[in-house]
Each structure stands twice: as structure tokens, then as C-alpha cells.
Design a protein around this ligand. Structure first.
Ligand code: CUK
Ligand code: CUA
Length: 623
């Protein structure tokens, strides 16, 4: 049993250590005997016997790895890595022409908040969205194939950290920027920050049939930093909220300067009203985007004062409240949508900033909740009874509380410093209330040492009764947020269906061929157990021969329509690698600039004769 070690520094640590002990917070039995039996029953809770499957998928953000990690719950076994914003040589992601083009030359991303698509406020298991803070992009992942299908670059903005959170029927996801920049990211002196810089929010749509992301419109919010956002639900479904910090508009030493004011704001906006403005042509064209300037186009956007430098804001499953947590203030503040709508209607304003009206705090605030000694509240999740679970970054615990009364119901220490937590079906109108996973920033002494840098951790917490931490597993950087969905909602496919309309696909061995058009060489090839066929009629069907300088397209179809028979394709010393999954057709496009003899081979173990699955790529030197 781990000791509870507060990780906070200075005064705070002393204060916490002095006032909270492990025994106060933990429900764990104290005798060794009892601890053993509790450990055993916990082990049984996470044990999924061979042949049986987990009940939930946990899809975890990979932060600055640019990837997503897929786990099973309750076993907490890692099943898969899905590359999204970074190339991945294990799958050839970013090497084949479709994904290479999609990555647009970027070799990394910072993926924070995955969001599942919703229908009527419930996860529908079709798509997952995520944003990239590092290079201002948004992505859509298809959950039939678990592959990234589209990536869009978001202009006029720099780091859409706060997303993605989708509206009730996945009409929009809102991408407010973390960093304010001049429109078009043009050069402007920081002395002009107030007048020339903006914190742009983008409203992004997704066409599920075409699998295409699109920017519907943007809003030029004041030059502040925008943090977490969430969409309304049920009676608040036309609205969305986001938190702000640095409303001080400081341009240096943010650590100090962005924490001066006692209050920052929540931005509350009605996306139906904004969409209507755009439809009526009430916008300005900025670098090809439809931009709403709130100081010119009044209505639809309001500010609500909130305890300084808030981080998270979360809408309750019933859609009645939104809860903001101040990382610097020890309180969670519950606001009422109904009261906010009334304040909007009555023009119950206490002033305005940058042309946006500020709603009267007292009129909208429901209650401030401050559990004793709970420090650093960040993000809140919910169970099936509407109870809230807030991560406490500084006091390293999860606090369960009742948003309707403010009463603290339960607390459990986690190891250590949780950022987000995620509940089963947590962002829906009907969370499951069975599991909560704490996404911890620090592992400290939890695992075998692998040097100065430690992994982050995830802890599985049984929330069906008194909170009980049943498992701790290491996870790659960085678990910012995750989604947990019932496994039976996901309809993965086992093989790609034949696509007879795809001109690059070849399903019959005798159709494999190499076509030359000037200096363009198109290989229409086949991968199967256990050989390549590039040219069915050639003396050596598994050899590709080109001239130096030729532009080469290798279209490869895996004709093993068989579960789990994926082939790889790599050309030695050409820095090229891709995979073709069962039934899939994929293309590598490159210039054969290096003359010589280069073996090519299958990188993915596919049969007893996988080692024989190879050939040659011959490049005849220029005279
Ligand atoms: S953030 Cu709050 S802990 Cu990117 Cu959601 Cu990481
Ligand atoms: Cu095909 Cu290994």
C-alpha cells in the first residue's frame, strides 16, 4: 500500500501534510491481512480472463506524442496506438501518400482532448475528434477502422487547446485558441497587444459521409487565453461555455502577470445565434474565414466573472449547470444555465469588456464549493446519479461532491497530481457511474525506475460505492484527457471491403502490373501471404525496376481478406515504409533519386514464410 505523499511545494505542501493524512482520506483497511484481501478482490475486479473482452474502450490522449492510446477497461491493458498528428513507422502513418498529405509536413503534434461523436447527447461510437495545440490542427478518427481520416489546419489561431468538445448531435466542435495572436499570425509588436492581437475561436463541422472537417466560422474574441470548453446539453444544448485566463492581457512573465486579477471570465455563447449571424452575412472575411467580431456583431456572446485563472469548465449531465474550477482558487463554482439565460434576457449586466456584456456574477452563480483542504481543482466528471468528481492537482486526490448541495461525499488519494479524470460514458447525458480513471501527471515511486523521467500514470477507480482505487498502470505522455465508451457501441471492421471504384486497387493476381507514363511509374501491386506481385507477367513478378529520377507510385492492395493479416512494405535505405491492412489499398509516392540495388520486404510478420516476403527495387543510374 502506497503512502500518500503530497507533491505540492512550499507552504501548500506543509499545510496539506499537516492537515490531511492518508488515513483520513483512504477507505483502505489498515491491517496487512485486510489490505491483502482488499488487494486480491481488487485484482479480481480488473482480471479479464483470456478469451473474454473488456467492457469499455478507454481512448487516451497522447499529448506531445501526437497520438492516441487505446486501453481496455477494467483490465487496463493497452491495446493499440493510433497515430494522429505525428508520423508513426509502426503503421507507416505519414509515409503513404494519403496520410503524408494529411500531416502536411508536420512531424509532431500536441494532442490534448479527445471527444467522441454524439447523437442526442450520447456517444454513438462513430468518430473521435482531437486537436493539436502544437500546430493548430483538428483531426477526425473513424472508429470502424481506428484510423485518422482527416486533419484540418485552423488559421488565425495558435493552439486550440480547449477542444475538442462536441455539441449534442456533433453539429460543431469549438476550438478556442490558447495563445492570442494577430489575425493571420502576421507580425505585430507586442506593444500593440490589446488592439492587434485576438483570441480566435473556430466553429468546426464534420461531414460524416465525406469524412471531411470544415471551418464554419470564427469569432475574434479578446486577446486572452482560452482554456477548457464544454457544450451544453438538453435545455442548454444551443449553448457552450469556455474558461479564460490572462484577461490581464499581459505579454510577458505570464506566471506572475496573468494571475493578477481576482477574476477572469467564462465565455457563454449561443452557437445557433452565431450560425444565424453568419447565415445573414453578418461577418467579415478574414484570410478566407467568416469572422464574427463581437464588438461589431452584438448578441450571442456573454462573459461571466469567475474565480481567477480557471482551468476546467464542465456541464452537468442534465445540462442545468456548468462548473468552473480555478487552479489558483481552491473553489469549484457552480453556475446555473437557467439563471444565465434569465440574466441575458433581463440584460442583467455588470459592465462589458471589449464590447462583450458581463453578466452579473451574483445572478448567475449557484454556489461556490470549497471542500476542506482540497487544493488545485482542475476538471470534473459525473456519475449516473449526477454526482461530481473533481481532480485536485495539488492535494493529489479525487473529491466526490454533490453539485446540487455542495456537500463533500467522498475523497480518495491518487498517485500523484491528477490533471483530468474520465468517467465511463462521462461526457454524455447519461454517464455509467461504474468506473473513473484518474489521469495522473506524476508517477514518482510507482514503477521500476527507467531514469530521471518517469511515466505518467492512470488509476482505475471503482465508483460504484465508496471510491476505491483498484489498479495503477503507467502510460506514455501525456494523459491530458480520455474518453471511455461502452465496448458494444463500437462497430470495428475486420477487413476493408472491396472497393471496385478505386482505380489503384488490384484484387486479381493477374491484374498486377507496372505502367509507365513518361518518367512516372505506377505500380499496381498485390501483397499476399507470402509474396508481392507487382507485375504478373514479368519474369520476376516481385521486382520493381525504374530509372534514376523517375517519379514512382506504388499502389499496393492486401488481398488476404482475412482477420489480422496485415502486410508491410519497406524499401531498404529509401526511408519508406507503409502497411496495408486486410483488403486495404495504400500508395507510396516518391522520387527514385538514389541509383542502386535496394531490397524491399514485408515489415509486418504475416506468415511462417514472412521472412521470404521480399523482392528488389532496382534503380538504373542516369547516364
Ligand atoms: S489540460 Cu487540464 S490537465 Cu490540456 Cu485538459 Cu492537461
Ligand atoms: Cu507480409 Cu510479412
Amino acid at each position: 500500500m502506497k503512502k500518500w505523499i503530497p507533491i505540492a511545494s512550499g507552504l501548500v505542501a506543509g499545510f496539506v501534510a499537516a492537515t490531511i493524512s492518508f488515513a483520513d482520506l483512504s477507505s483502505s483497511p489498515k491491517t496487512t491481512e485486510a489490505a491483502n484481501s482488499s488487494t486480491k478482490s481488487n485484482a479480481e475486479k480488473v482480471y479479464v480472463p483470456f478469451g473474454q473482452k473488456d467492457d469499455y474502450y478507454l481512448i487516451d490522449s497522447g499529448g506531445h506524442s501526437g497520438q492516441l492510446f487505446v486501453y481496455g477497461v477494467p483490465s487496463m491493458r493497452e491495446i493499440r496506438t493510433i497515430p494522429v498528428f505525428s508520423p508513426d513507422s509502426a503503421t507507416g502513418y505519414g509515409f503513404d501518400s494519403r496520410t503524408k498529405k494529411m500531416l502536411g509536413g508536420y512531424t509532431w503534434g500536441d494532442l490534448h482532448h479527445p471527444a467522441l461523436s454524439e447523437t442526442n447527447g450520447d456517444y454513438d461510437g462513430k468518430f473521435l475528434f482531437a486537436t493539436d495545440v502544437g500546430n493548430s490542427r483538428a483531426a477526425a478518427v473513424d472508429l470502424k477502422t481506428w484510423t485518422t481520416r482527416d486533419i484540418i489546419k485552423v488559421p488565425n489561431t495558435a493552439g486550440p487547446h480547449c477542444a475538442a468538445f462536441v455539441t449534442e448531435n456533433t453539429e460543431y466542435m469549438f476550438l478556442p485558441t490558447r495563445f492570442a495572436v494577430p489575425l493571420g499570425q502576421k507580425y505585430e509588436s507586442l506593444d500593440e497587444y490589446h488592439s492587434k492581437y485576438r483570441g480566435v475561436m473556430s466553429a468546426v463541422t464534420f461531414d460524416q459521409n465525406k469524412e471531411k472537417l470544415n471551418i464554419a466560422y470564427q469569432v475574434a474574441l479578446p486577446p486572452w487565453s482560452y482554456d477548457l470548453s464544454d457544450a451544453g446539453k438538453k435545455s442548454s444544448k444551443d449553448w457552450a461555455v469556455l474558461t479564460t485566463y490572462n484577461t490581464e492581457e499581459s505579454t510577458t512573465t505570464m506566471e506572475i502577470n496573468a494571475s493578477q486579477a481576482d477574476r477572469d471570465y467564462i465565455v457563454l455563447f449561443n452557437w445557433k445565434e452565431l450560425a444565424k449571424m453568419v447565415k445573414e452575412g453578418k461577418y467579415t472575411d478574414v484570410n478566407g474565414q467568416k469572422m464574427i467580431f463581437p464588438e461589431k456583431q452584438k448578441g450571442g456572446i456573454y462573459l461571466i466573472p469567475v474565480a481567477k485563472s480557471p482551468h476546467g469548465v464542465d456541464v452537468t449531465p442534465d445540462g442545468k449547470y456548468f462548473i468552473a474550477s480555478g487552479k489558483l482558487a481552491p473553489a469549484m463554482t457552480v453556475f446555473s444555465f437557467e439563471k444565465a439565460f434569465k440574466a441575458v434576457e433581463n440584460k442583467d449586466f455588470s459592465g462589458e469588456r471589449n464590447g462583450i456584456p458581463i453578466l452579473n456574477y451574483k445572478s448567475v452563480m449557484e454556489r461556490e464549493v470549497n471542500p476542506e483542504n482540497a487544493l488545485g481543482p482542475l476538471h470534473t466528471q459525473f456519475d449516473n446519479k449526477g454526482m461530481a468528481y473533481t481532480t485536485m492537482f495539488i492535494s493529489s486526490e479525487i473529491v466526490k461532491w454533490n453539485p446540487k448541495t455542495g456537500e463533500t461525499l467522498d475523497r480518495v488519494p491518487v498517485q500523484y497530481s491528477p490533471g483530468h479524470s474520465v468517467a465511463a460514458e462521462g461526457d454524455t447525458v447519461a454517464p455509467d457511474g461504474k468506473w473513473l480513471v484518474a489521469l495522473n501527471k506524476l508517477a514518482k515511486d510507482n514503477f521500476l525506475s527507467v531514469g530521471p523521467s518517469h511515466p505518467e500514470t492512470m488509476q482505475l477507480i471503482d465508483i460504484s460505492g465508496k471510491m476505491n482505487v483498484v489498479d495503477t498502470v503507467p502510460v506514455n505522455p501525456e494523459p491530458h484527457y480520455a474518453q471511455m465508451i461502452k465496448a458494444d457501441k463500437i462497430k470495428s471492421i475486420n477487413v476493408y471491403p472491396k472497393d471496385t471504384k478505386n482505380p489503384d486497387a488490384v484484387y486479381k493476381k493477374s491484374d498486377a502490373r507496372i505502367v509507365r507514363k513518361g518518367n512516372e511509374v505506377h505500380v499496381y501491386g498485390i501483397a499476399m501471404r507470402s509474396r508481392f506481385i507487382f507485375d504478373a507477367k514479368a519474369k520476376r513478378p516481385d521486382v520493381i525496376e525504374v530509372n534514376q529520377g523517375d517519379h514512382v507510385f506504388i499502389h499496393l492492395t492486401d488481398i488476404d481478406f482475412d482477420e489480422d493479416i496485415t502486410h508491410g512494405f519497406a524499401i531498404n535505405d529509401y526511408n519508406l515504409n507503409m502497411e496495408v491492412q486486410p483488403g486495404e489499398t495504400n500508395t507510396l509516392e516518391f522520387t527514385a533519386d538514389k541509383a542502386g540495388t535496394f531490397p524491399l520486404y514485408c515489415t509486418n510478420f504475416c506468415s511462417a514464410l514472412h521472412q521470404e516476403m521480399n523482392g528488389y527495387f532496382l534503380v538504373k543510374p542516369k547516364k
